[in-house]
Design a protein around this ligand. Structure first.
Ligand code: TRP
Length: 325
């Protein structure tokens, strides 16, 4: 099996955007790859945050990832800070990463603009830690959204630079782009993101799901009930593509383009299907919330497995670098 690495920020509870964009794919990928799936808390500290809440955010994320169907007997699910070799390899990569390359990262520019009061060196170095995450396990496949393509290209450059200077050790990993078309937030304006408060949490109650969808933006050109709509220009139709069967999708397309159905009908049908789809997730989540030791146990076993591989790689790195070790 080929090795795959992916990371997710511990943003607390999962929302539909994380689920469709990442976790749903992880559940499939764990069947065909040897997967390292990492909750990246060391990345998260580069953003302004409340230390008292971090542990909770990590645990909620782990609980949700497991509830979605990531199986700790198949994939290695762990927390980044439990494996200190991530930061160790990051330092080594700092010695081969180009300052100019890092300065060109669009995410660095965006994040610096978003938190001008806290442009710390970690924000700048973020993609180098990401390269360390991936290469520590010599992963050859990395499933990420399109917004991470630049970081992946940098990872390959770092692998190449290290291999060139110290001798071949690391593969140049490929990006596995997720199949999910870009899902906007419920406001229909920006990417679904917790910080923008436009998400639908997976753990929402039926009532909350119905209420959030009822308020969600649809085709902006469809203003009145009589206007005909364009499903291809409707953020909610993107959701129908995932949650509704073909017959239901055809019903929406037909009804929307002829104004036979209104947005309310479309949203009700969507809410039914979302709720139905999340049934297994909810049952598993209830069980994990009642038995948090299952989550702790999974993370501990994950960290042990990850560390075993990480140590081996670091031994090889130390040799290549010609260090005392
Ligand atoms: N930067 C990624 C994000 O914000 C998270 C991440 C950290 C990651 N390390 C990674 C993703 C390694 C893939 C591989 O989504």
């Amino acid at each position: 099996m080929k090795t795959l690495f992916s990371g997710i920020q511990p943003s607390g509870e999962l929302h539909l955007g994380n689920y469709l964009g990442a976790i749903r794919n992880w559940v499939d990928l764990q069947e065909t790859y040897f997967c390292y799936l990492c909750i990246v808390d060391y990345h998260a500290i580069t953003q302004s945050y409340e230390p008292k809440l971090m542990k909770q955010r990590v645990l909620e994320m782990a609980t949700d990832v497991l509830a979605c169907g990531v199986d700790p007997d198949k994939a290695v699910l762990f927390v980044q800070s439990h494996v200190p070799e991530h930061t160790e390899l990051c330092w080594v990569f700092n010695a081969v990463a180009g300052f100019g390359d890092l300065s060109r990262m669009t995410q660095f520019k965006d994040k610096s603009a978003r938190q001008p009061e806290n442009v710390n060196v970690g924000v700048f170095d973020y993609p180098v830690l990401q390269a360390a995450d991936i290469l520590l396990y010599k992963a050859v496949a990395v499933p990420v959204g399109a917004d991470q393509s630049q970081h992946l290209e940098l990872t390959r450059r770092i692998a190449r630079a290290f291999n060139h200077r110290f001798g071949k050790l690391f593969p140049e990993p490929d990006t596995v782009l997720s199949q999910t078309p870009k899902l906007l937030g419920l406001d229909g304006k920006a990417k679904m993101s917790k910080s923008l408060d436009n998400t639908l949490a997976l753990a929402a109650t039926d009532k909350q799901i119905r209420r959030s969808l009822a308020r969600a933006a649809t085709d902006p050109a469809r203003v009145t009930r009589e206007d005909k709509g364009d499903p291809d220009n409707c953020n909610l139709y993107t959701l129908h593509r995932f949650f509704s069967d073909e017959e239901r999708q055809a019903w929406v397309r037909q009804g929307c383009t002829t104004a036979d159905i209104g947005c309310v009908d479309c949203k009700n049908a969507l809410a039914d299907n979302v709720i139905d789809h999340l049934g297994d997730y909810r049952r598993r989540r209830e069980d994990l919330l009642a038995h948090p030791e299952k989550v702790h146990d999974a993370l501990q076993r994950g960290a042990e497995k990850a560390r075993a591989t990480a140590r081996k790689t670091m031994e090889q790195v130390h040799k290549k670098l010609g260090l005392w070790a």
